[in-house]
Write a protein that binds this ligand. Structure first.
Ligand SMILES: *[C@@H]1O[C@H](CO)[C@@H](O)[C@H](O)[C@H]1NC(C)=O
Ligand SMILES: *[C@@H]1O[C@H](CO)[C@@H](O)[C@H](O)[C@H]1NC(C)=O
Ligand SMILES: *[C@@H]1O[C@H](CO)[C@@H](O)[C@H](O)[C@H]1NC(C)=O
Length: 224
């Protein structure tokens, strides 16, 4: 028996929002060619509201944020410079961003993840050992990288890099989100506001070691 017109209409009403909900709403460019972030308004789950077109200029699409190393993060001996939507408002709605990382000899980009983005690194200078860990199997996928090499870190997975050479390693990272997010494992575990006892209980790390790590990565040392 064919469904009645009323049933079909009802199904369409139910299904259309479901189908729309899988469309990439992070892309505000769905109905507009560009949507520069209006930084005077708060960010939303689908990006910043658009700056009025009349106020948009070429500078909104330009940044020299990666022209030089960013500030050094002390215990890691690594500099990080970001070109995400906050630094480059023209990225709003486009689902892309970049950073520059300069790792000194002996330096490390410690275990971290980007909840919102996959990452592609391109090594401009030096050598790095890079890897990530599968969330399903805990298998580590690692690689020694040299100048000109690319490596990809799938979205959300813990990953790291460290310098294996005697010169500073410089890499550019590209992200599949205008705001990749960043959670550094040692800050999350030991720079948090939990007590030593709670961290000990929930991480299986001894109290003595938790106290040592809270000194190293405690709240006051977490870079803003
Ligand atoms: C960072 O540099 C300082 C000073 O050169 C050094 O004492 C420290 O061991 C280095 N740390 C790492 C992780 O390379
Ligand atoms: C780094 O320098 C040391 C001492 O000069 C040398 O023995 C070593 O082979 C160098 N390592 C690399 C990767 O160039
Ligand atoms: C907590 O730390 C103590 C030593 O300070 C250790 O004996 C104990 O096993 C740790 N707890 C867990 C759950 O690992």
């Amino acid at each position: 028996m064919a469904p009645s017109k009323a049933v079909v209409a009802h199904l369409v009403v139910l299904l259309v929002p479901c189908l729309l909900s899988v469309l990439p709403f992070s892309s505000l460019a769905l109905t507009q060619d560009l949507c520069v972030a209006n930084m005077l308004l708060p960010d939303t789950p689908s990006g910043y509201p658009c700056k009025p077109k009349g106020l948009v200029s070429s500078d909104d699409f330009y940044s020299d944020a990666l022209a030089r190393p960013g500030p050094v993060i002390a215990p890691f001996n690594t500099s990080l410079a970001s070109a995400a939507v906050k630094q480059l408002p023209g990225l709003n709605g486009l689902g892309i961003a970049a950073t520059r990382v300069d790792v000194q000899p002996g330096g490390v980009v410690p275990m971290h993840n980007h909840p919102e983005a996959s990452e592609l690194i391109f090594l401009l200078e030096g050598t790095l050992f890079a890897g990530f860990i599968s969330a399903e199997t805990n298998k580590a996928y690692v690689k020694s990288l040299k100048k000109g090499d690319l490596y990809v870190f799938p979205q959300g997975l813990l990953h790291f890099q460290f310098n294996t050479g005697n010169t500073t390693a410089t890499a550019i990272a590209a992200y599949s989100n205008q705001n990749p997010g960043l959670q550094i494992a040692v800050y999350a575990l030991f720079g948090n506001t939990l007590t030593v006892e709670t961290v000990n209980k929930t991480t299986f790390v001894t109290k003595e070691e938790v106290m040592r790590l809270k000194d190293l990565f405690g709240q006051s040392s977490v870079p803003s």
